[in-house]
Design a protein around this ligand. Sequence first.
Ligand SMILES: NC(=O)c1ccc[n+]([C@@H]2O[C@H](COP(=O)([O-])OP(=O)(O)OC[C@H]3O[C@@H](n4cnc5c(N)ncnc54)[C@H](O)[C@@H]3O)[C@@H](O)[C@H]2O)c1
Length: 344
Amino acid sequence: MDTLRVGVVGIGHNGTAHAHTHYLNPKSNLVGICDFDQAKLEACKASGDFDDRVGLYTSLDEMLEQADLDVLSVNTPDHLHAEPFVKGLQAGCHVLVEKPMGNTREDLERMTDAARQSDRKTMVGQILRFNPYNVEVHRLCSSGALGDIFYLAADYIHGLKVQADPSRINPHIGNINWYLEHEKVLVGGCSHQFDLLRWYSGSYAVEVTGFGNSIAFPAMQHPDCMCAVVKLAGGATCKLTGAYGIVGPRPDFNNLEVYGTRGTVRQGKVMLGEGHDVTVEDISDKEIAGHPYEPEIEHFLDCILEDKPTLVDAFEGANSAVAMIVATEAIETGQALAVPHFER
Ligand SMILES: NC(=O)c1ccc[n+]([C@@H]2O[C@H](COP(=O)([O-])OP(=O)(O)OC[C@H]3O[C@@H](n4cnc5c(N)ncnc54)[C@H](O)[C@@H]3O)[C@@H](O)[C@H]2O)c1
């Protein structure tokens, strides 16, 4: 088999990008797109200039029954990932689910249970692992060049008040704007950054605490500004801020900083040495703008076709999401909390 029959569920901004990327990849045969909203399906089909192989479905059950899929790509809202992920695996599909893998502890338990019971590949769309800048920082960490890593920081600070636009109210999912009702800035936003910090440190969270507020973007039901401090299993400390109500652009490199006993990565520069006696290398040109959907999807298809493990399977994705879910709970209850760990 050198092409895979692919279906995409959830045809909003991100699902449309996945559908286009699969349509253009010679290893994919895009045979179905699915959304509750028929108008979105037709708009997507028209924008992609897709041919008649691409069926339109308003029911995931029908797409799974009729389209004979090898691969399901789940691009539903954060709080609606679990059901299509589980249904896809149970129907025998390899499943990629967007980040954050789930929005609650219960979602993650249900999804990891399904992954354990399946022999299909799973992948979570932690797309920043495919940005060459982040790949280079990972190489520096995993090669030992930075020494023992003791402190890591990164932020998801973004002006996202545009998400309150009334056009985002979706009558098909309870007549809500899910970004306002369900989005948690540490989970939806900072799961990107925490996944990188975990990847760099080769570790996972054991305890979290933090503070937050709803000053800048009070239309969000959860605090729109949250700052978390995370203790990792190896002893290193992480700091992450998620904030959606800011003025101005995102900070460069999302304020990513990694400190090891032999080196530091900060603001696009690698500093190696002792104290102030350091060599400095500028690696900022490795950073690419936008979302590297092509290499992410190519990796998933290759893992299926060549029977290799995916870079971010359900357990890897769950361990990134759960720390940010528990951090949100810690901030909302005012308590430091232990973080569970998902084992394969
Ligand atoms: N990788 C990234 O950098 C990145 C970027 C943007 C969004 N995302 C993620 O992608 C996901 C989708 O985000 P979006 O902005 O495209 O959302 P969106 O609200 O624009 O689109 C989601 C669509 O899913 C549909 N839907 C929900 N449940 C469904 C079901 N069971 N069956 C069929 N259709 C269903 C909705 O009708 C809606 O059209 C989110 O999890 C988000 O966090 C990831």
